[in-house]
Design a protein around this ligand. Structure first.
Ligand code: NG1
Ligand code: ZN
Length: 545
């Protein structure tokens, strides 16, 4: 067939290096950019098949998020803006790893298994981050799509959540918004201005926010959004990509993992600051106090702020809707305790990876999900949205209920429900702080984090570690969980777990305890157990102090 002839021809321009195997991991394919050209071409092919199968537009985002600048990656976006279905992650791995001469067979296998009608039209939206390798790699995706006769729309430089939004807008025929950057800025800024404009007594200080753009796409997109929101929020942008290197000593991942301020931001005492990651789907907040002590407000604090706000509004609006928070094992123990025992909010724990959290959050009227690293959003069920909109229109209710309903409606519009979105989350947080008249310190004091530490251990094959109970316990290798259990017993208020990373060739170790020294020492001891029992390579992990 002519359409496969073109695939055969074009694929020669994007050859797979023999023997190279890669896996569609927690967040798609991710590795050094020089190994990715064939992967991009093939993901263009796969997105075209997925589009034909779903009779919808599919997204392909070229980014490696918080990874170093030399890396790159790609992920597929399903019709409603969510992560691609699990079975198709499998196909992605199969297609990516087929040797050059078997590519067509692998492609036809998928067509057959999924019964894809090749006469269907296909449409693929493509976006990319600011990495130097991204332009050429997204060209390879375009080649893949066009070689199967699919239509493309190249959005060029966009944040990951912006592309998710575009895909959702397109497939809902504009009901979610208009599928343009202008449409995105309009939708978010209108909701934000409505939430904040009538808040009394806001000082200029309260309207000021320092933002570390990680030298990435988020910085460019904030510049574009800025004129829309300027009257209510003044964003002072650092690490805007004009000189520094992407994610280097800055960005949300650096701040979260190192638990310190990024370079390039001059923070005054008590000033509210936040950092995006390299593709602007994560955000963390922080400040330093008068003793020069650094305070991090991560995804757990964000989930707490937002869920508490929503719960209060529901009470005021007299709406009987259930709010739940979805977390992973990385959530700080204090946040889980506060949500469950003080706020009486249901908390559910899932495996790491946004798709797991997103899926779990769909089970509730209002599902707030955040990874501790700052990736998250809120999902409102269709029924919940309907109830909110109807209440706003109801002329028989008192002013207090009406006001709460209006705030809820604008909050729904401000949140990017397709995926975690640093820009949208930032505006939600800023609006909540404004409406509640809270400073960043007030927010921080809602609960106190247990000191914690995250470490990485390199082993020869990280797949030897298998986990259960939402990754909180290791089933293999034998003896590892017993070793962790007895180490944890040595510390107060302690907890620790290990799991293989889905985005890096390492095993991640997490520990928390009543003191920072305790958390550091426990994390180190557990790292040693991993090194010894799970085939550590290189030097033995060294103590942190
Ligand atoms: P891995 O490498 O599987 O731990 C990391 C993050 C995830 C998720 C993905 C995708 C941690 C501990 N892990 O996954 O939460 O965000 O990257 O970006 O932060
Ligand atoms: Zn990211």
């Amino acid at each position: 067939m002519a359409q496969f002839d073109e695939v055969a021809q074009k694929s020669k321009l994007h050859p797979k290096p023999e023997g190279l195997t890669l896996q569609y991991g927690t967040a798609g394919f991710r590795t050094n950019a020089k190994h990715l050209d064939h992967i991009m071409f093939r993901m263009g092919l796969l997105a075209t098949l997925r589009s034909k199968k779903t009779k919808s537009t599919i997204g392909v985002m070229v980014t490696a998020s918080h990874n170093p600048e030399e890396d790159n990656g790609v992920k597929l976006i399903d019709p409603m803006g969510e992560m691609v279905a699990a079975a198709w992650e499998e196909y992605a791995t199969q297609l990516a790893n087929a040797e050059q001469e078997h590519l067509l067979t692998a492609l036809k296998d998928i067509i057959e298994k999924e019964d894809v009608s090749m006469s269907e039209a296909a449409s693929v939206y493509i976006g990319r981050d600011t990495r130097p390798s991204s332009a050429a790699l997204s060209q390879a995706v375009l080649d893949g799509v066009s070689s199967l006769g699919g239509k493309t729309h190249d959005y060029g430089l966009v944040s990951t959540p912006q592309l998710h939004y575009m895909v959702c807008c397109c497939n809902t025929k504009g009901r979610y918004g208009s599928a343009t950057l202008e449409g995105y800025y309009q939708k978010l800024s209108q909701a934000f201005l409505q939430l904040t404009q009538n808040v009394p007594n806001r000082t200029d200080d309260q309207k000021r926010l320092l933002l570390d753009g990680a030298n990435g796409i988020g910085a460019l997109k904030m510049r574009e959004l800025e004129p829309f929101i300027r009257s209510e929020l003044q964003v002072l942008l650092s690490n805007d990509g004009s000189s520094g290197k992407l994610n280097h000593l800055c960005g949300a991942d650096y701040v979260k993992v190192q638990q310190k301020a990024p370079q390039g931001v001059s923070m005054g005492v008590g000033e509210r600051c936040c950092s995006f990651d390299g593709d602007a789907d994560r955000i963390v907040y922080y400040y330093t106090d008068s003793k020069n002590c650094f305070h991090l407000l991560d995804g757990d604090k964000i989930a707490t702020l937002i869920s508490t706000f929503l719960k209060e509004l529901l009470t005021q609006a007299e709406l009987n809707l259930q709010v739940a928070v979805v977390q992973t094992a990385y959530a700080n123990g204090s946040s889980t305790h506060y949500l469950e025992d003080v706020m009486k909010v249901s908390v559910c724990c899932t495996k790491t990876g946004v798709k797991h959290l997103h899926h779990a959050a769909q089970e509730y009227d209002i599902g707030v999900y955040f990874e501790a690293n700052g990736h998250g959003t809120v999902l409102f069920s269709k029924a919940a949205q309907k109830q909110i909109v109807e209440l706003v229109k109801d002329s028989n209710i008192n002013d207090e209920r009406k006001h709460a309903a209006k705030l809820l409606e604008n909050t729904v519009n401000l949140i990017n429900q397709t995926v975690g979105d640093a820009i949208s989350d930032m505006l939600v947080i800023e609006a909540v702080l404004a409406i509640r008249g809270m400073s960043v310190q007030d927010w921080d004091e809602i609960y106190t984090d247990l000191p914690n530490r995250q470490l990485k251990v390199t082993v020869s094959d990280r797949r030897v570690i298998d986990t259960t109970d939402a990754e909180r316990r290791a089933v293999t290798p034998e003896g590892l969980q017993d070793a962790i259990d007895s180490l944890v017993k040595k510390y107060k208020n302690a907890r620790s777990f290990v799991r293989p990373s889905g985005t890096e060739d390492v095993v991640r170790v997490y520990a928390e305890a009543d003191t920072q020294e305790g958390a550091d020492s426990l994390a180190h001891e557990v790292s040693l157990a991993v090194y010894r029992l799970a085939g550590g390579v290189g030097d033995e992990p060294k103590p942190l102090h």
